[in-house]
Structures are given as C-alpha cells and as structure tokens.
Design a protein around this ligand. Structure first.
Ligand SMILES: NC(=O)c1ccc[n+]([C@@H]2O[C@H](COP(=O)([O-])OP(=O)(O)OC[C@H]3O[C@@H](n4cnc5c(N)ncnc54)[C@H](O)[C@@H]3O)[C@@H](O)[C@H]2O)c1
Length: 437
C-alpha cells in the first residue's frame, strides 16, 4: 500500500466498544480512569510511555510515540460493551478481583455507569458459562443486525466521532475456517441459516466492520481471522488485527526463544504449565475452548525456531502446553516453564522459569495500545490486516500464505518502522556504517 500522505487529526471523542466486560476489559477501563485522574502510571503501554528514535543515533531525536503520531488522548476515550451477565463494570471488576478494593473505590462512580448491552451468545461456543443478559433473534444474522443497532446507538448517545471494537469476550470453541467463511455473501447466508461454524465473535466483527469500526481480537478464536471479514474490512476501509493478546507465558517464550536461536543454542524440549483461577481459566476447562488456546500457544516456537532450517538444533523439540483451572489463584496466574537446551558439543542444560504474573495487568495496556493504534491506522487510510500490530498477539494475523513473525524484537522493530513510514521518516535498519565513514 502507498504511504499515507496525511493522517487525519484525532478530533472529538473515541468510543471503545468491548464485547466481554470481564477481567481484562474492566482492568483496562479502570486503569485508563486512574491514569486520567493522575492516580497511576500507564505502565506496559507503548503508546503512553514509549519513545521512538528518529534519524541517526547522533541526532538525539527520541520523541514520545504519542507526540510523534497523532493518537487519541486518554481524556477523549468513552467506553461501552456487551456481556452475558448484567453486572456493571464496577461489579464485574470487583468479581474479577484483579485490582485491590482501594483502587477500585477510586473509580467506582465511573465504572458503575458502564452497563453491558445484551450479548449475542451461543452456549455451544462457550460451554462453561451461561448468563441472563442475552439478545434474542430468529437467526444469527438478526443478532448481528442488533449489534449494528447497538453500535449506531452508542455513536449517537455518547457523541463519539470514531470508534474501535476490541473483543475481550471468553475464548470460544475451536472452529476451522471453512467455505462459509470464505466470502461476505457466504458469511451472510450462513448467518441467516444459523450455520454451526458461525461464532458470536464473528457477529460482533461483522457488525463492527460493516459499521466502519476497526476491530481487534484479543482471544484465540477465529473471529475476524476469516477471508470473508478480511474482504469486508478492505471494502469498508477498516483496519483489523488479532489474535490472542500476547501476555504471560507466551510473552516470555517470544522473548527467550529468539535469544536461544540468535546464539545457535539447541532445544530438546519446552514444557509449559499454568495454574489460574479466573473466569478465563474456568472457560478453558472445556476441551473445545482449550484446543483454541493450545493451537495459539503452540505455534510460536515453530515459527521462531524454524526447525526446517535448523534440524540439528530444533528438529526434535518436544513442546507441550498445559493450563490448569485452580480457583484459589484467581487472576494471579503462575506459569512454569522447563526448558531443556543444549550447547557446544550437545551438552545439555536446563532453564526454569517461574512467572508469577497477573494476566489482566499484562493485557490491559495491550487493549489500550490496540485501540489507539487501530484508530490511528484508520485515520491514516490503512485498512485490512494490520500486521505491524503482531507485537501484541500470540497468533498474529497475516496475509494469506505469509508466515507470521513471532519474535518480539522483530515485531517491535516492525511496529516502530511502520510509525516512521506513516510519518515519512527514514526507516531504521541498525546498519550504522555511516558512523565509521
Ligand atoms: N492476559 C490475559 O488476560 C489474556 C491474554 C490473552 C488472551 N486473553 C483472552 O481475553 C479474553 C478475556 O479474558 P478475561 O480474563 O477478561 O476473561 P473473563 O472471563 O474475565 O471475561 C470474558 C467475559 O466475556 C463474556 N462473554 C462471553 N461470551 C460473550 C459474548 N458472546 N458476548 C459478550 N460477552 C461475552 C463473559 O461473560 C465474561 O464476562 C479471553 O478470551 C482470554 O482468553 C486474555
């Protein structure tokens, strides 16, 4: 695509629409409000804290990213969402137990005003939960039209000039792309005939895209990752991205594995196990939802290590991922990794990682960055899959036939170079020969 000649300014309010008002969504919204009130720092958010180097190292030009590209300001964000439960965002955040009561109290009036719209839900896709706040409709198509109405109403009542949707709903059961997902026409037909391969998250994605609203998918289920919706995103000038926020264990994997490969250290095995006790963990008890997550988590090493190129180093790697639902831990997950590596002359070594992480604390700044960057992309005239946002995902979406980049450092370079390219700045190659001429 051509370089954007001009990026429209971030004028007016930006609506953030969240299907799923659970742990991640509420931690994100509460955090934005705490930051807006000057009571917390947006740690983990590249758009808020990150800088970008421009020109030569000797130029000493490293502005904040939010000063370099015209991002929406936090004060202009307005929130809405859907959930199968009727709890408002305060009640849901209290239930999720991520933030401590003192922090939640500071944003209680704000969160209490965010009440979920009725969800488009299908129990076949999320077996472990059920709730009362659900839309009724004769077909999936009718439900999708109702989501479109919700979006139009939200636009009107909250007087936003632009919107972005970010799926923060539960992980849906595994479905493979099939013929009904191939074209916009077939997708609509399938929605009308209640085809079993049409998941609720696809209805939200369809409604958003056909309303001109960018869509990010934070879960591993297909959602917007089907050709029909990618075609529509193109036709409606809508940027999209996914899948599955890169937090916790996979974040660690995509930090460590590129290092081993860069130094040509071999790997015999990588065993990852987790205990977590939030609602996400409960949903992942269902084998269908777990299979979706497992696919997403397993693929990263294969792509980073390229065993076909390095059969002696990675050809025999045994990679296993386990997730265990363990309620006492709540959102405070513990992820163990046992990594069997080998070095010079094949001598074995082991690395153990024990990451006591907080899932939603890691995910919340990702939601913020995706919302702001997707809005920027749309104002810059970019549409379809935004591969430069791979940085944030476990299973980045790519053009058909293109393998994804999983290495966090390549992803980071790609993201920053895209910002430079958008603004007509020189791309940075890190060659640096000019310093020695
Ligand atoms: N670090 C992380 O927390 C992390 C990382 C990667 C991906 N994710 C994904 O993000 C999603 C959200 O995670 P979470 O911890 O907030 O989970 P959560 O269970 O706390 O919240 C999900 C919410 O979605 C709602 N929901 C389910 N189906 C819905 C539908 N069709 N429409 C509207 N609402 C629906 C549920 O009722 C629930 O309140 C999950 O899919 C999870 O796998 C989270």
């Amino acid at each position: 695509m051509e370089k954007p000649s001009k990026i429209a300014p971030a004028k007016g309010k930006l609506g953030v629409l969240l299907p799923g008002l659970g742990a991640v969504s509420t931690t994100f919204m509460a955090g934005v409000e705490l930051v807006r009130k000057g009571k917390a720092q947006p740690v983990g958010s590249l758009t808020q804290m990150g800088t970008i180097r421009l020109g030569k190292r000797t130029d000493a030009r490293s502005p904040l990213i939010k000063k370099f590209v015209p991002l929406a300001e936090l004060k202009d964000l307005t929130f809405g969402g859907w959930d199968i439960f009727k709890d408002n965002a305060y009640q849901s955040a209290a239930n999720a137990g991520v933030l401590n009561p003192q922090d939640l109290e500071k944003v209680k009036p704000f969160l209490s005003t965010i009440k979920p719209m009725k969800a488009a839900f299908d129990h076949d896709f999320v077996k472990m939960i059920d709730g009362p706040n659900i839309k009724k409709g004769k077909s999936k198509y009718e439900l999708a039209l109702k989501i479109k109405e919700d979006i139009a109403n939200f636009r009107k009542t909250s007087r936003v000039s632009r919107m972005v949707t970010c799926w923060c709903g539960s992980t849906e059961s595994f479905v493979k792309p099939e013929a009904v997902h191939s074209t916009p026409e077939k997708l609509v037909e399938a929605m009308k005939s209640d085809h079993p391969a049409i998941a609720p998250s696809m209805l939200y994605a369809w409604a958003s895209i056909t309303s001109g609203v960018p869509y990010a998918n934070g879960a591993p289920n297909l959602s917007v990752d089907i050709p029909a919706l990618q075609t529509l995103a193109h036709d409606h000038n809508v940027p999209i991205c996914g899948k599955d926020f890169k937090t916790g264990q996979t974040l660690m994997k995509t930090i460590l594995a590129p290092g081993f490969k860069a130094r040509m250290l071999g790997l015999d095995g990588w065993f990852s196990t987790n205990i977590l006790g939030n609602r996400d963990g409960e949903v992942l008890e269902d084998p269908g939802s777990f299979k979706t997550k497992e696919e997403s988590k397993l693929s990263v090493l294969e792509y980073i290590l390229q065993p076909k190129l390095y059969p002696q180093l990675y050809g025999k790697l045994f990679h296993k991922v386990r997730i265990n639902y363990y309620p006492p831990r709540g959102d405070n997950k513990e992820g163990w990794d046992n990594i069997d590596i080998f070095g010079w002359l094949g001598y074995p070594m082991q690395i153990k990682v024990d990451f006591l992480c907080r899932d939603s604390i890691l995910a919340a700044p990702i939601v913020l960055d995706l919302v702001l960057f997707l809005d920027l992309a749309q104002r810059a005239g970019m549409r379809g899959i935004q591969e430069w946002l791979s940085f944030y995902f476990k299973s980045p979406m790519t053009a058909p036939g293109l393998y994804p980049e999983h290495d966090l450092f390549i992803q980071s370079m790609k993201l920053k170079n895209t910002l430079r390219w958008m603004k007509g700045e020189e791309l940075i190659t890190h060659l640096g020969q000019e310093y020695y001429d």
